[in-house]
Design a protein around this ligand. Structure first.
Ligand code: ARG
Length: 577
C-alpha cells in the first residue's frame, strides 16, 4: 500500500474536475499528529494562477476530492493547507491485507533493467575499508530493486588491469620460479605489493622487466596472461572471503572487471575521434568539455588516450557505458564510489552522451558517498597509520559482539552465542554505515555501533526478538491468527500508519539509493511498536480475546516489516538473543 500515491491520485482526479489537472500535486507527510498524517499543499500555488483566494480554492478541492473511504476528516488550515486525517477503519483494513501478504502489501513496480556497479575493488591490493561503503550500500540497493520487481544486473567493475600489474607479475613470476605456490605467495596482497614496489624502486633491471610484462600482457602473450589469471584468481578469492563474511550477494559471475573492456578501448577512442569529439593534444587524445570550464573559462580536459598510446580509467568507463546501454539495455546505471570520483563520472556522462554511447532516456547515476573516518576525524587507519584490512575489521566486530552478548543476561548455548555474535557483529558494522546519510563522512565508532540503544543494528535486532517472543509466549503462530484489526488507542493508530508507510519508504530508497531512509524508517517502526506495547497490553489477562488478537496481528505486521526491511538492508535477524 502506497498511501502517498493513493492520495496523489485522488487529488489529481479532484483537480481535473476543477479543470486544473496539470497543476502539481504536492502531498507530504504532516509534521505533527494534530495536523493529520498527510497534507495537501497545492491550493496556494493554484490560487495564484487562478487569481482566487487560497482558502476558497482549498474549499473547492475539499468538496471535490473523494476520500471518504480513506480519511476520517479533511480540514483546511492556515493559508490553505488541507490536512488529511486517515480513518481508523481504513488503516485497519489495509493492515489486515498486509499481514498475510508475503510482500506485506508492497506492490511491484513496472520492471526496469538496472545495472548496479558496486564494490569494484582493485585486485592489486587487499580490500580495505574504502570498499566497505560501496559494497554494503550497493548490495542493499540491489536487494531493494529486486524486491520491487526490477531486473538487476550486478557488475563488479574490479580494477584488474593496468600498468601496476607489470611489476606484480614480474615479482610473482620469480616466486613461482622458486617453486612457491601462487596461493602462498599471494596470501597477503599488501605485503606482496610492497615487496614488488621495493624491487621496482631499487633493484636494477627489475623495472625494465616489469615494463616488459606490461607489454606482453597487453599484447596477449599466453604465458603472461596465464600468470595474470593466477594473480587475479587468488586476489578475487580474497574479496570473496570478505563478501562471505559480509553476507553480500556478489559472486564471481558478477565480475565485469576493467580487463573485460580492454578489447574495445581502441574502438571507443576511434569513434570519439571520428565524431570530432576527441582531438589530439600534445600527442594525447583528449576531449575538451566546455560545460565544465574553470573560472577563467578554460574547458575541462578529459584524456582518453595517453601520448604513449595507453588507455585510462576514463576510457574503460566509456566502454562500460556503451556496453551497458547497447548490450544490457540498462534503463538505469547506478555507480557507487566515494565522492572524490564525482567529477570523473560527471565528465564521463557528458562525453558519453555526446558520443551517443547511451540513449537519452537511459539514466547514468553516480551515487557518491563520504568517507569513513577515525575518532580523530581523519580517514580511518590502523594505530600505526596503515590501511585497515576489511577482513580484520569484520573479525574484530564479531569478537566484540560476542564479548558483549556473553556479558548480557542470556540463555544461549555456545553455538547459539556464536551465531548471535556473527549476526550482531556484522550487522552492527553494516548498519552503522547504512544508517548514515550516504553523502556525508562518518566517524567509525565501535561503542556506538554495538550499543543496544539508539538507531543501531543490535537495538533493532533485539526489538525484533522481543516481538517474536510475544508470539512464543502466546503459543500461537501467525498462520492460526484470526486477522481482525481494530485501532482504538492513539498508539495503535500511529503504529498502523507507520507500518503502512513501508512501500513509500522502499520507493524512495530505490529512486535515490539512500538506504539510510530505510534505517530511519525501521527505527521509527521499532519505536512506535515500543510505545504501542507499553500502552496496549497484549497478553495481560484482562485483555479481551478480540483485542488481544487484533494487537497480535499488528505485532505480526511489525515483525514481518522489520524482518523484510532488515533483509533489504542485508542485516540478519534472530529468534532470540
Ligand atoms: N576500482 C575503482 C576504485 O577502487 C572503483 C570502480 C568503480 N566503477 C567504475 N565503473 N569506475 O576506486
Amino acid at each position: 500500500m502506497n498511501i502517498h500515491a493513493l492520495l496523489v491520485s485522488r487529488f489529481k482526479q479532484a483537480l481535473e474536475a476543477l479543470d486544473a489537472g496539470d497543476a502539481p500535486i504536492p502531498v507530504s507527510r504532516s509534521a505533527r499528529p494534530e495536523f493529520g498524517e498527510y497534507q495537501f499543499n497545492g491550493a496556494m500555488a493554484l490560487a495564484k494562477k487562478l487569481k482566487q483566494k487560497p482558502r476558497d480554492i482549498a474549499e473547492q478541492i475539499v468538496a471535490k476530492v473523494k476520500l471518504d473511504d480513506v480519511a476520517e476528516k479533511l480540514e483546511i488550515a492556515g493559508p490553505g493547507f488541507i490536512n488529511i486525517h486517515l480513518s481508523d477503519r481504513w488503516l485497519a483494513n489495509q493492515c489486515e491485507l498486509a499481514v498475510h501478504d508475503p510482500r506485506l502489501g508492497v506492490a511491484k513496480q513496472p520492471t526496469q533493467t538496472v545495472v548496479v556497479d558496486y564494490s569494484s575493488p582493485n585486485l592489486a591490493k587487499e580490500m580495505h575499508v574504502g570498499h566497505l561503503r560501496t559494497t554494503i550500500i550497493g548490495d542493499s540497493v540491489v536487494k531493494l530493486l529486486e524486491f520491487l520487481g526490477h531486473k538487476v544486473i550486478r557488475q563488479n567493475h574490479m580494477g584488474d588491469w593496468g600498468t601496476q600489474f607489470g611489476m606484480l607479475l614480474a615479482h610473482l613470476n620469480d616466486k613461482l620460479q622458486n617453486n612457491q605456490m601462487a596461493e602462498t605467495a599471494l596470501s597477503d596482497l599488501e605485503d606482496f605489493y610492497r615487496e614488488a614496489k621495493v624491487r621496482f624502486d631499487n633493484e636494477t633491471g627489475f623495472a625494465d622487466r616489469a615494463r616488459e610484462f606490461v607489454v606482453k600482457l597487453q599484447g596477449g602473450d599466453a604465458a603472461c596472461l596465464a600468470l595474470w589469471d593466477k594473480f587475479i584468481d587468488v586476489s578475487i578469492a580474497h574479496s570473496e572471503e570478505v563478501y562471505d563474511k559480509l553476507n553480500v550477494s556478489l559472486t564471481r559471475e558478477h565480475i565485469m572487471g576493467e580487463s573485460a573492456y580492454n578489447h574495445d578501448l581502441a574502438n571507443v577512442v576511434a569513434e570519439l575521434k571520428a565524431k570530432g569529439i576527441a582531438v589530439e593534444d600534445q600527442g594525447a587524445q583528449v576531449v575538451f568539455i566546455p560545460e565544465l570550464a574553470d573560472k577563467e573559462g578554460n574547458p575541462a580536459v578529459y584524456i582518453v588516450q595517453k601520448s604513449g598510446g595507453g588507455y585510462l580509467y576514463a576510457t574503460t568507463d566509456l566502454a562500460a557505458m556503451r556496453y551497458r546501454s547497447s548490450q544490457l539495455n540498462a534503463d538505469r546505471t547506478l555507480i557507487l564510489t566515494d565522492a572524490r570520483q564525482a567529477l570523473h563520472f560527471k565528465q564521463t556522462e557528458i562525453v558519453g552522451r555526446k558520443a551517443g554511447f547511451m540513449q537519452p532516456e537511459q539514466s547514468y547515476e553516480h551515487c557518491p558517498f563520504g568517507m569513513m573516518l577515525g575518532s580523530d576525524g581523519k580517514p580511518f587507519k590502523t594505530r600505526t597509520g596503515g590501511t585497515v584490512k576489511l577482513v580484520e575489521l569484520l573479525d574484530e566486530a564479531v569478537e566484540r559482539a560476542g564479548n558483549l552478548i556473553a556479558q548480557r543476561d542470556n540463555d544461549l548455548s555456545e553455538q547459539e552465542l556464536a551465531e548471535v555474535a556473527q549476526k550482531v557483529g556484522i550487522g552492527a558494522v553494516k548498519y552503522a554505515d547504512l544508517s548514515k546519510n550516504r553523502t556525508t563522512d562518518y566517524v567509525f565508532n565501535w561503542d556506538t555501533m554495538l550499543s543496544f540503544e539508539g538507531n543501531t543494528a543490535p537495538y533493532l535486532q533485539y526489538a525484533f526478538t522481543r516481538v517474536k517472543s510475544i508470539f512464543r509466549k502466546a503459543g500461537i503462530s501467525l498462520a492460526e491468527l484470526p486477522v481482525e484489526i481494530t485501532l482504538a488507542a492513539p498508539q495503535e493508530h500511529a503504529l498502523a500508519v507507520q507500518l503502512l508507510q513501508f512501500e513509500e519508504t522502499i520507493n524512495v530508497v530505490a529512486r535515490e539509493a539512500t538506504p539510510h531512509i530505510m534505517c530511519t524508517y525501521l527505527y521509527d517502526v521499532a519505536s512506535a511498536f515500543m510505545r504501542f506495547y507499553e500502552a496496549c497490553p497484549i497478553l495481560r489477562e484482562d485483555t479481551p480475546p478480540a483485542v488481544r488478537n487484533s494487537r497480535l496481528a499488528l505485532a505480526a505486521l511489525v515483525s514481518g516489516t522489520m524482518e523484510q526491511g532488515l533483509a533489504l538492508l542485508g542485516i540478519e535477524t534472530l529468534e532470540k538473543m
